[in-house]
Structures are given as structure tokens and as C-alpha cells.
Design a protein around this ligand. Structure first.
Ligand code: NAP
Length: 205
């Protein structure tokens, strides 16, 4: 499911094209790490990822990301501008908030956004304000497209055909983090929101 989510968002929603510069947030997670690797496999000219620890940054570089930054260590817009001084074509949004605002600022004209998730807002006790620079979407003629993977299972055969090949030849790696026992499922969920996982958080029975 996370792999298909990555594939649908990148290819169908963001209309990825060979040579695109792609930025993905939540880049060490289950969906985000697949997005970066799939973008490289499909011919992205540059892939940039953001994540929340030095270990995660090191891991996504191992996975083939060209640039990566720890969003906890500085302003997201500044870090993105440093990683992609010539701007970006595609933003794959897992986080929302400051990341979406930074991406809107960095996107080229006709840039495309796959709106997959907004994890920075899931625990908010008040509705979060939108990106302050939304108006740039008008002048840049951006395309921001939300989606739910469950409505795109028609792409599963195409995804499987590619993903099986990529998994076999090592192009695509899927990290997993385990918590043992059903009684630990609530803590696993809390840990996921707190960033304790690299790749898919799995409760092992
Ligand atoms: N649209 C769909 O159909 C669909 C399907 C599946 C998943 N999703 C969405 O896709 C996103 C990724 O899902 P996933 O299962 O792959 O989860 P994940 O990325 O494996 O795990 C969540 C990660 O989010 C990061 N995070 C938590 N709070 C954050 C914050 N305030 N700012 C930035 N990052 C934060 C943490 O990593 P750090 O250590 O890097 O902070 C954490 O490890 C989620 O938003 C999820 O809801 C959407």
C-alpha cells in the first residue's frame, strides 16, 4: 500500500516527467522513501528529501536521494532553497504546514504537488492556518492534487510490474520498523507520529 501510494501520487497526481526535480517530505517513512527511490528509477534529475533525524538523513542518502536535510535543524524554506537552488518541479507532500509553504515558494511555473498527507497537523488542537503564500499558486499556475490511494487500485498491476523488478534488482528498498505484540499497537501508533520509525511501522504478532 505505501509503495502504491508513492507510485500513484508521483505518476498520476504529480504527472512526473523524466528530468523533473522532485522534493518529498517524510522522506524516511514508508511512503516518502518509496517516492524518492521511484522518482530516481523513473529518471528524476534530482531528488531532495526532508526527515527528522541525522540517522534518517544518512539512510535516505544511502537509498539514492541526491540531497537531504533535517527539517528540525533550520527553516524549511531556507534548507530547501539550499538543496534546490534552481527550484523544483514536483513536491510530494506527506507533511503539510511549513513544508507545503516552502515547496510552493520553490516550485517552478506549472509545478505540480501530490497532496498525500499532512502529518504535521494530525495532532493539532486548533485548525492550522494554511500556507501563507498560497496566492503564488495563481501566478505560477500550480497544480495541487489530493488523492486517496484506495481509489486508484486500477494502477496496481502497473505498479506491481515495475516494483517487482525494482525490488529484485535492488533499485527499491523497503525499510521496516517492528513493534512486537498487539498490546503494543497503540504505542506503535504514538511512536509513528513521533518519528520513531524508519520505513513502515509494523506491529508483529
Ligand atoms: N493519501 C493516501 O491515500 C495515503 C496513504 C497512505 C499514507 N498517507 C499519508 O502519507 C504520509 C506518510 O505515511 P507513512 O505511512 O509513510 O508514514 P511514515 O512516513 O512512515 O511515518 C510518519 C513520519 O512522519 C514524520 N513526522 C511526524 N510528525 C511530523 C511533523 N510535524 N513534521 C514533519 N514530519 C513529521 C515522522 O518522521 P520524521 O522523523 O522525519 O519526523 C514519522 O516517522 C502520512 O501523512 C499519511 O497520512 C496517505
Amino acid at each position: 500500500m505505501p509503495g502504491l501510494t508513492a507510485y500513484v501520487g508521483l505518476t498520476e497526481m504529480a504527472k512526473f516527467k523524466k528530468g523533473d526535480v522532485v522534493f518529498v517530505s517524510g522522506a524516511a517513512g514508508a511512503v516518502g522513501s518509496a517516492v524518492g527511490q521511484i522518482a530516481k528509477a523513473l529518471g528524476a534529475s534530482k531528488v531532495i528529501g526532508s526527515a527528522g533525524s541525522a540517522e534518517k538523513i544518512a539512510r535516505i542518502k544511502e537509498l539514492g536521494f541526491d540531497e537531504a536535510f533535517n527539517y528540525k535543524e533550520g527553516d524549511v524554506s531556507e534548507s530547501l532553497a539550499k538543496a534546490a537552488p534552481d527550484g523544483i518541479d514536483v513536491y510530494y507532500d506527506n507533511v503539510g504546514g511549513d513544508h507545503l509553504e516552502a515547496a510552493i515558494g520553490a516550485l517552478h511555473k506549472y509545478g505540480r504537488v501530490a497532496m498525500c498527507g499532512a502529518i504535521s497537523q494530525y495532532n493539532a488542537t486548533e485548525p492550522a492556518p494554511g500556507p501563507r503564500n498560497m496566492f503564488l499558486a495563481v501566478g505560477k499556475e500550480l497544480n495541487l492534487r489530493g488523492f486517496i490511494v484506495g481509489n486508484h487500485y486500477d494502477l496496481e498491476p502497473e505498479f506491481h510490474k515495475n516494483a517487482i523488478k525494482w525490488l529484485q534488482d535492488g533499485t527499491l528498498q523497503a525499510d521496516e520498523t517492528f513493534r512486537d505484540g498487539l498490546e503494543n499497537a497503540p504505542q506503535a501508533f504514538i511512536d509513528l507520529l513521533g518519528g520513531a520509525n524508519t520505513g513502515k511501522m509494523i506491529v508483529r504478532l
